[in-house]
Unconditional design. Sequence first.
Length: 127
Amino acid sequence: MSHPNHCGKCEPCYECKTSCELDKNIPCSPDCEEINSVTGEPDGEACKDCDAIFEKCKCVVGRPINGISLNGLEWLMNDENTKIKVFENQESAIAFLTEAGYTEEQIDDFIFSEATDSEIDSEGKLL
């Protein structure tokens, strides 16, 4: 069953690739078959790739300032040195570091953190 404001572009509503206004305001379509009937939470296989529920995680790279973990982290910045450099995943971050000349041993000292777009502000800083 579709929700009351169903856009009518597809049936069932959870297979729609274009979100309607209601879908943008709720975590997932109420008719989604992947919702656990006991908990009411999304837990099906399709939920892992559903951007209605999860923001896609990106990868940012940091390391302890001056090599001392108590100092906090400094982040790898973009070419203009204005924003934190964001990678699609850890593999692409490692490939970038390798191409930049870092050894495997040096790469082991970096911290790879997941971050979503909403965790990185408009100035490119982690919130």
